[in-house]
Design a protein around this ligand. Structure first.
Ligand code: NDP
Length: 336
Protein backbone atom coordinates (compact mmCIF):
# COMPACT_ATOMS: atom_id res chain seq x y z
CA UNK A 1 0.00 0.00 0.00
CA UNK A 2 1.62 3.26 -1.12
CA UNK A 3 0.72 6.36 0.86
CA UNK A 4 1.71 10.00 1.32
CA UNK A 5 2.88 10.81 4.84
CA UNK A 6 3.25 14.20 6.53
CA UNK A 7 6.95 13.99 7.37
CA UNK A 8 7.47 17.61 8.47
CA UNK A 9 5.17 20.62 8.87
CA UNK A 10 5.63 23.02 5.93
CA UNK A 11 6.73 26.56 6.74
CA UNK A 12 4.97 28.63 4.07
CA UNK A 13 4.97 26.83 0.73
CA UNK A 14 5.35 23.05 0.77
CA UNK A 15 8.97 21.99 0.20
CA UNK A 16 10.53 18.69 -0.90
CA UNK A 17 10.61 16.37 2.07
CA UNK A 18 7.52 17.81 3.82
CA UNK A 19 5.26 15.16 2.29
CA UNK A 20 6.83 11.83 1.40
CA UNK A 21 5.79 8.64 -0.35
CA UNK A 22 5.91 5.53 1.87
CA UNK A 23 4.91 1.91 1.45
CA UNK A 24 3.58 -0.73 3.84
CA UNK A 25 1.77 -4.04 3.41
CA UNK A 26 -2.02 -4.13 3.80
CA UNK A 27 -2.85 -6.00 7.02
CA UNK A 28 -5.51 -8.70 7.45
CA UNK A 29 -9.10 -7.53 7.93
CA UNK A 30 -10.70 -7.92 11.35
CA UNK A 31 -14.38 -8.70 11.89
CA UNK A 32 -16.58 -5.73 11.02
CA UNK A 33 -13.99 -4.05 8.77
CA UNK A 34 -13.86 -3.39 5.03
CA UNK A 35 -10.91 -2.97 2.66
CA UNK A 36 -11.30 -0.19 0.10
CA UNK A 37 -9.19 0.31 -3.00
CA UNK A 38 -8.82 3.99 -3.87
CA UNK A 39 -9.81 4.88 -7.42
CA UNK A 40 -9.83 8.71 -7.27
CA UNK A 41 -8.32 10.96 -4.63
CA UNK A 42 -9.64 14.47 -4.10
CA UNK A 43 -7.19 17.34 -3.50
CA UNK A 44 -8.80 20.22 -1.59
CA UNK A 45 -7.45 23.55 -0.32
CA UNK A 46 -8.41 22.73 3.34
CA UNK A 47 -5.62 20.14 3.40
CA UNK A 48 -2.96 22.83 3.61
CA UNK A 49 -4.15 24.27 6.99
CA UNK A 50 -4.42 20.69 8.29
CA UNK A 51 -0.62 20.38 7.83
CA UNK A 52 -0.04 23.18 10.38
CA UNK A 53 0.36 22.65 14.09
CA UNK A 54 -2.70 24.71 14.94
CA UNK A 55 -6.16 23.55 15.79
CA UNK A 56 -8.72 24.82 13.31
CA UNK A 57 -12.18 23.34 13.06
CA UNK A 58 -10.45 19.97 12.91
CA UNK A 59 -7.28 18.50 14.42
CA UNK A 60 -4.03 18.84 12.48
CA UNK A 61 -2.60 15.79 10.73
CA UNK A 62 0.08 14.24 12.98
CA UNK A 63 3.71 13.93 11.93
CA UNK A 64 4.21 10.50 10.36
CA UNK A 65 0.48 10.14 9.63
CA UNK A 66 -1.17 9.65 6.25
CA UNK A 67 -2.37 12.95 4.75
CA UNK A 68 -6.09 13.38 5.22
CA UNK A 69 -8.33 13.30 2.17
CA UNK A 70 -11.52 12.00 0.65
CA UNK A 71 -11.60 9.49 -2.16
CA UNK A 72 -13.87 7.39 -4.30
CA UNK A 73 -13.06 3.72 -3.87
CA UNK A 74 -14.28 0.19 -4.38
CA UNK A 75 -14.83 -2.27 -1.55
CA UNK A 76 -12.58 -5.23 -2.41
CA UNK A 77 -13.06 -7.25 0.78
CA UNK A 78 -15.76 -7.02 3.42
CA UNK A 79 -16.14 -8.50 6.89
CA UNK A 80 -19.03 -6.12 7.59
CA UNK A 81 -22.70 -6.87 6.95
CA UNK A 82 -23.07 -3.25 5.75
CA UNK A 83 -20.93 -3.59 2.61
CA UNK A 84 -20.45 -6.08 -0.20
CA UNK A 85 -17.45 -6.61 -2.40
CA UNK A 86 -17.78 -4.29 -5.40
CA UNK A 87 -19.66 -1.51 -3.58
CA UNK A 88 -18.53 1.95 -4.64
CA UNK A 89 -18.10 4.50 -1.85
CA UNK A 90 -16.78 7.92 -0.94
CA UNK A 91 -14.76 7.88 2.27
CA UNK A 92 -12.00 9.72 4.10
CA UNK A 93 -9.30 7.24 3.14
CA UNK A 94 -6.38 9.65 3.21
CA UNK A 95 -3.79 9.87 0.45
CA UNK A 96 -3.23 6.14 -0.03
CA UNK A 97 -3.99 3.32 -2.42
CA UNK A 98 -5.86 1.11 0.09
CA UNK A 99 -7.59 1.77 3.37
CA UNK A 100 -9.24 -0.33 6.05
CA UNK A 101 -12.19 1.14 7.92
CA UNK A 102 -14.90 -0.19 10.25
CA UNK A 103 -18.06 -0.97 8.31
CA UNK A 104 -20.04 1.27 10.66
CA UNK A 105 -17.67 4.27 10.42
CA UNK A 106 -19.33 7.64 9.78
CA UNK A 107 -18.60 9.66 6.62
CA UNK A 108 -18.64 6.63 4.30
CA UNK A 109 -21.34 6.82 1.67
CA UNK A 110 -22.31 4.32 -1.00
CA UNK A 111 -22.38 5.81 -4.48
CA UNK A 112 -25.02 5.15 -7.07
CA UNK A 113 -23.29 6.43 -10.21
CA UNK A 114 -26.53 7.85 -11.76
CA UNK A 115 -24.83 8.13 -15.14
CA UNK A 116 -22.16 10.61 -14.00
CA UNK A 117 -18.41 9.91 -13.79
CA UNK A 118 -17.44 8.53 -10.37
CA UNK A 119 -14.97 11.32 -9.62
CA UNK A 120 -17.80 13.87 -9.84
CA UNK A 121 -18.71 12.70 -6.32
CA UNK A 122 -15.52 14.41 -5.12
CA UNK A 123 -16.20 17.59 -7.10
CA UNK A 124 -19.40 19.35 -8.09
CA UNK A 125 -21.59 16.48 -6.82
CA UNK A 126 -19.38 15.98 -3.77
CA UNK A 127 -18.14 17.93 -0.78
CA UNK A 128 -17.19 21.11 -2.72
CA UNK A 129 -20.48 21.08 -4.60
CA UNK A 130 -22.54 20.66 -1.43
CA UNK A 131 -20.53 23.43 0.20
CA UNK A 132 -21.26 25.79 -2.67
CA UNK A 133 -24.92 24.87 -2.84
CA UNK A 134 -25.63 25.06 0.91
CA UNK A 135 -23.47 28.11 1.53
CA UNK A 136 -25.13 30.03 -1.25
CA UNK A 137 -28.73 29.10 -0.60
CA UNK A 138 -28.76 28.89 3.24
CA UNK A 139 -26.26 31.61 4.13
CA UNK A 140 -26.23 33.84 1.02
CA UNK A 141 -30.02 33.65 0.57
CA UNK A 142 -29.96 35.16 -2.92
CA UNK A 143 -33.12 36.70 -4.38
CA UNK A 144 -33.91 36.92 -8.09
CA UNK A 145 -32.46 40.10 -9.58
CA UNK A 146 -29.69 40.43 -6.99
CA UNK A 147 -26.00 40.51 -7.91
CA UNK A 148 -24.02 37.52 -6.67
CA UNK A 149 -20.22 37.55 -6.86
CA UNK A 150 -18.10 34.43 -6.30
CA UNK A 151 -14.30 34.13 -6.24
CA UNK A 152 -12.29 31.08 -7.36
CA UNK A 153 -15.14 30.92 -9.86
CA UNK A 154 -13.79 28.14 -12.07
CA UNK A 155 -13.18 25.71 -9.17
CA UNK A 156 -15.77 23.17 -7.98
CA UNK A 157 -17.19 25.36 -5.20
CA UNK A 158 -17.38 28.49 -7.38
CA UNK A 159 -18.81 26.55 -10.31
CA UNK A 160 -21.77 25.34 -8.24
CA UNK A 161 -22.32 28.70 -6.53
CA UNK A 162 -22.49 30.57 -9.83
CA UNK A 163 -24.66 28.14 -11.74
CA UNK A 164 -27.05 27.77 -8.80
CA UNK A 165 -27.35 31.55 -8.49
CA UNK A 166 -28.08 31.79 -12.22
CA UNK A 167 -30.87 29.24 -11.82
CA UNK A 168 -32.30 31.44 -9.04
CA UNK A 169 -32.45 34.41 -11.40
CA UNK A 170 -29.48 36.42 -10.12
CA UNK A 171 -26.90 38.45 -12.00
CA UNK A 172 -23.75 36.38 -11.46
CA UNK A 173 -20.21 37.68 -11.62
CA UNK A 174 -17.20 35.41 -11.18
CA UNK A 175 -13.66 36.34 -10.20
CA UNK A 176 -10.88 34.10 -11.51
CA UNK A 177 -7.20 34.16 -12.41
CA UNK A 178 -6.44 34.50 -16.12
CA UNK A 179 -8.24 35.05 -19.39
CA UNK A 180 -8.82 31.36 -20.13
CA UNK A 181 -10.57 30.67 -16.83
CA UNK A 182 -12.69 33.82 -17.19
CA UNK A 183 -13.75 32.89 -20.70
CA UNK A 184 -14.77 29.41 -19.52
CA UNK A 185 -16.77 30.85 -16.62
CA UNK A 186 -18.82 33.06 -18.94
CA UNK A 187 -19.05 30.95 -22.09
CA UNK A 188 -19.35 27.45 -20.61
CA UNK A 189 -20.77 28.00 -17.13
CA UNK A 190 -23.08 30.83 -18.22
CA UNK A 191 -22.11 33.53 -15.68
CA UNK A 192 -22.99 37.09 -16.76
CA UNK A 193 -19.39 38.30 -16.38
CA UNK A 194 -16.06 37.20 -14.97
CA UNK A 195 -13.31 39.50 -13.72
CA UNK A 196 -9.66 38.49 -14.11
CA UNK A 197 -8.06 39.60 -10.83
CA UNK A 198 -4.61 39.13 -12.36
CA UNK A 199 -5.25 41.62 -15.21
CA UNK A 200 -4.18 44.66 -13.16
CA UNK A 201 -7.43 46.60 -12.76
CA UNK A 202 -9.40 44.55 -10.24
CA UNK A 203 -11.31 47.36 -8.55
CA UNK A 204 -12.30 49.07 -11.81
CA UNK A 205 -13.19 45.85 -13.61
CA UNK A 206 -15.26 44.59 -10.67
CA UNK A 207 -17.15 47.88 -10.35
CA UNK A 208 -17.91 47.81 -14.08
CA UNK A 209 -19.21 44.24 -13.85
CA UNK A 210 -21.42 45.10 -10.85
CA UNK A 211 -23.24 48.34 -11.80
CA UNK A 212 -25.84 47.76 -9.05
CA UNK A 213 -23.31 46.85 -6.36
CA UNK A 214 -23.01 43.41 -4.74
CA UNK A 215 -25.78 41.72 -2.72
CA UNK A 216 -24.13 38.36 -2.06
CA UNK A 217 -20.40 37.73 -2.05
CA UNK A 218 -19.38 34.08 -1.73
CA UNK A 219 -15.87 34.26 -0.28
CA UNK A 220 -13.31 31.67 -1.36
CA UNK A 221 -10.01 33.52 -1.59
CA UNK A 222 -9.43 36.53 0.72
CA UNK A 223 -6.66 39.10 0.16
CA UNK A 224 -6.91 41.85 -2.45
CA UNK A 225 -10.10 40.34 -3.91
CA UNK A 226 -11.85 40.71 -0.54
CA UNK A 227 -10.79 44.34 -0.22
CA UNK A 228 -12.10 45.15 -3.72
CA UNK A 229 -15.42 43.42 -3.03
CA UNK A 230 -15.91 45.17 0.33
CA UNK A 231 -16.11 48.55 -1.44
CA UNK A 232 -19.07 47.44 -3.55
CA UNK A 233 -21.26 45.66 -0.99
CA UNK A 234 -24.82 46.94 -0.79
CA UNK A 235 -26.67 47.58 2.46
CA UNK A 236 -28.20 44.29 3.61
CA UNK A 237 -25.68 42.20 1.70
CA UNK A 238 -24.68 38.70 2.80
CA UNK A 239 -21.18 37.24 2.73
CA UNK A 240 -20.87 33.48 3.27
CA UNK A 241 -17.19 33.09 4.19
CA UNK A 242 -16.27 29.69 2.82
CA UNK A 243 -12.49 29.92 2.71
CA UNK A 244 -9.54 32.20 1.97
CA UNK A 245 -7.11 30.17 -0.05
CA UNK A 246 -4.76 33.10 -0.76
CA UNK A 247 -3.57 32.89 2.87
CA UNK A 248 -3.25 29.11 3.25
CA UNK A 249 0.51 29.14 2.55
CA UNK A 250 1.14 32.03 4.96
CA UNK A 251 4.16 31.48 7.21
CA UNK A 252 2.48 33.25 10.12
CA UNK A 253 -1.30 32.78 10.17
CA UNK A 254 -1.65 35.29 13.03
CA UNK A 255 -0.50 38.09 10.70
CA UNK A 256 -3.01 37.34 7.95
CA UNK A 257 -5.75 39.88 7.33
CA UNK A 258 -8.68 37.47 7.03
CA UNK A 259 -12.08 38.21 5.44
CA UNK A 260 -13.44 38.33 9.02
CA UNK A 261 -11.20 41.33 9.68
CA UNK A 262 -12.12 43.08 6.43
CA UNK A 263 -15.88 42.56 6.59
CA UNK A 264 -16.03 42.79 10.37
CA UNK A 265 -14.50 46.28 10.25
CA UNK A 266 -17.18 47.68 7.96
CA UNK A 267 -19.09 49.32 10.82
CA UNK A 268 -22.74 50.03 10.06
CA UNK A 269 -22.38 48.62 6.58
CA UNK A 270 -21.08 45.31 7.85
CA UNK A 271 -22.63 42.50 5.79
CA UNK A 272 -24.25 39.56 7.47
CA UNK A 273 -21.36 37.11 7.39
CA UNK A 274 -20.74 33.72 8.85
CA UNK A 275 -18.28 30.90 8.55
CA UNK A 276 -19.73 27.56 7.75
CA UNK A 277 -18.52 24.02 7.73
CA UNK A 278 -19.41 21.07 5.57
CA UNK A 279 -20.61 19.30 8.68
CA UNK A 280 -23.37 21.86 9.19
CA UNK A 281 -25.70 20.27 6.66
CA UNK A 282 -24.64 16.68 7.12
CA UNK A 283 -28.28 15.64 7.50
CA UNK A 284 -28.91 16.76 3.92
CA UNK A 285 -25.81 15.04 2.50
CA UNK A 286 -27.61 12.42 0.42
CA UNK A 287 -30.43 14.70 -0.75
CA UNK A 288 -28.07 17.41 -2.04
CA UNK A 289 -25.63 14.92 -3.53
CA UNK A 290 -28.51 13.42 -5.52
CA UNK A 291 -29.77 16.84 -6.58
CA UNK A 292 -26.32 17.90 -7.85
CA UNK A 293 -25.58 14.55 -9.53
CA UNK A 294 -28.91 14.73 -11.37
CA UNK A 295 -28.04 18.21 -12.58
CA UNK A 296 -24.70 16.94 -13.89
CA UNK A 297 -26.44 14.02 -15.61
CA UNK A 298 -28.98 16.32 -17.28
CA UNK A 299 -26.25 18.72 -18.46
CA UNK A 300 -27.50 21.63 -16.31
CA UNK A 301 -24.41 21.70 -14.13
CA UNK A 302 -21.17 22.10 -16.07
CA UNK A 303 -17.65 21.76 -14.67
CA UNK A 304 -13.98 21.24 -15.49
CA UNK A 305 -11.44 18.97 -13.85
CA UNK A 306 -7.66 18.60 -13.77
CA UNK A 307 -6.32 15.09 -13.27
CA UNK A 308 -2.89 14.06 -11.99
CA UNK A 309 -1.95 10.46 -12.71
CA UNK A 310 -0.78 8.30 -9.78
CA UNK A 311 -0.14 8.98 -6.10
CA UNK A 312 3.48 9.94 -6.87
CA UNK A 313 2.18 13.09 -8.59
CA UNK A 314 -0.26 14.14 -5.85
CA UNK A 315 2.08 16.49 -3.99
CA UNK A 316 3.02 18.54 -7.06
CA UNK A 317 -0.64 18.73 -8.09
CA UNK A 318 -1.58 19.94 -4.62
CA UNK A 319 1.14 22.61 -4.56
CA UNK A 320 -0.06 23.78 -7.97
CA UNK A 321 -3.67 24.00 -6.86
CA UNK A 322 -2.82 26.49 -4.11
CA UNK A 323 -1.41 28.73 -6.86
CA UNK A 324 -4.28 28.27 -9.29
CA UNK A 325 -2.50 25.89 -11.68
CA UNK A 326 -5.56 23.65 -11.57
CA UNK A 327 -8.43 24.39 -13.92
CA UNK A 328 -11.56 23.09 -12.19
CA UNK A 329 -11.63 20.25 -9.67
CA UNK A 330 -8.15 18.86 -8.91
CA UNK A 331 -8.11 15.07 -8.73
CA UNK A 332 -5.59 12.28 -8.61
CA UNK A 333 -6.43 9.17 -10.60
CA UNK A 334 -5.15 6.17 -8.64
CA UNK A 335 -6.75 3.09 -10.24
CA UNK A 336 -9.62 1.96 -12.48
P1 NDP B 1 -10.41 25.53 -6.29
O1 NDP B 1 -10.42 24.36 -7.21
O2 NDP B 1 -11.16 26.73 -6.69
O3 NDP B 1 -8.87 25.85 -6.06
C1 NDP B 1 -8.41 26.95 -5.40
C2 NDP B 1 -8.36 28.17 -6.34
O4 NDP B 1 -8.07 29.31 -5.57
C3 NDP B 1 -7.24 28.15 -7.35
O5 NDP B 1 -7.56 27.39 -8.50
C4 NDP B 1 -7.09 29.62 -7.69
O6 NDP B 1 -7.96 29.98 -8.75
C5 NDP B 1 -7.58 30.32 -6.42
N1 NDP B 1 -6.48 31.05 -5.78
C6 NDP B 1 -5.31 30.55 -5.34
N2 NDP B 1 -4.55 31.54 -4.84
C7 NDP B 1 -5.27 32.69 -4.95
C8 NDP B 1 -5.02 34.06 -4.62
N3 NDP B 1 -3.87 34.43 -4.05
N4 NDP B 1 -5.98 34.95 -4.87
C9 NDP B 1 -7.13 34.58 -5.45
N5 NDP B 1 -7.41 33.31 -5.80
C10 NDP B 1 -6.49 32.38 -5.55
O7 NDP B 1 -10.87 25.08 -4.84
P2 NDP B 1 -12.31 24.66 -4.26
O8 NDP B 1 -13.39 25.04 -5.19
O9 NDP B 1 -12.20 23.24 -3.83
O10 NDP B 1 -12.39 25.53 -2.92
C11 NDP B 1 -12.65 26.92 -2.95
C12 NDP B 1 -12.66 27.47 -1.54
O11 NDP B 1 -13.67 26.83 -0.76
C13 NDP B 1 -11.37 27.30 -0.75
O12 NDP B 1 -11.12 28.47 -0.02
C14 NDP B 1 -11.68 26.16 0.20
O13 NDP B 1 -10.88 26.18 1.36
C15 NDP B 1 -13.13 26.46 0.50
N6 NDP B 1 -13.90 25.32 1.02
C16 NDP B 1 -14.53 25.48 2.23
C17 NDP B 1 -15.34 24.51 2.74
C18 NDP B 1 -16.08 24.77 4.01
O14 NDP B 1 -16.77 23.89 4.49
N7 NDP B 1 -15.98 25.94 4.58
C19 NDP B 1 -15.49 23.22 2.04
C20 NDP B 1 -14.84 23.18 0.75
C21 NDP B 1 -14.07 24.18 0.27
P3 NDP B 1 -7.61 31.19 -9.74
O15 NDP B 1 -6.66 30.65 -10.75
O16 NDP B 1 -8.91 31.58 -10.28
O17 NDP B 1 -6.95 32.23 -8.89
Amino acid sequence: NRKIILERRPQGEIQDGDLVLAEAPVRELRDGEILIKTLWLSLDPYMRPRMNDSKGYMDPVGIGEVMVGESVGRVIESKSPNYNEGDLVTCYSGWQEYCIVPGDAPMIYKIEPRGVPLQTYLGVAGMPGRTGYCGLTYVGKPQAGETVVVSAASGPVGTVVGQTAKQLGCRVVGIAGGEEKCRFVVEELGFDACVDYKAGNLEGDLAAACPNGIDVYFENVGGEVTRAVAKLLNKGSRVPICGYVSAYNAEDASKVETPFHVFGAMGENKPEHRFFLVTEWQDRHQEITTLLAEQVASGNLKYRETVAEGLENAVEAFKGMLKGKNFGKQLVHIAD
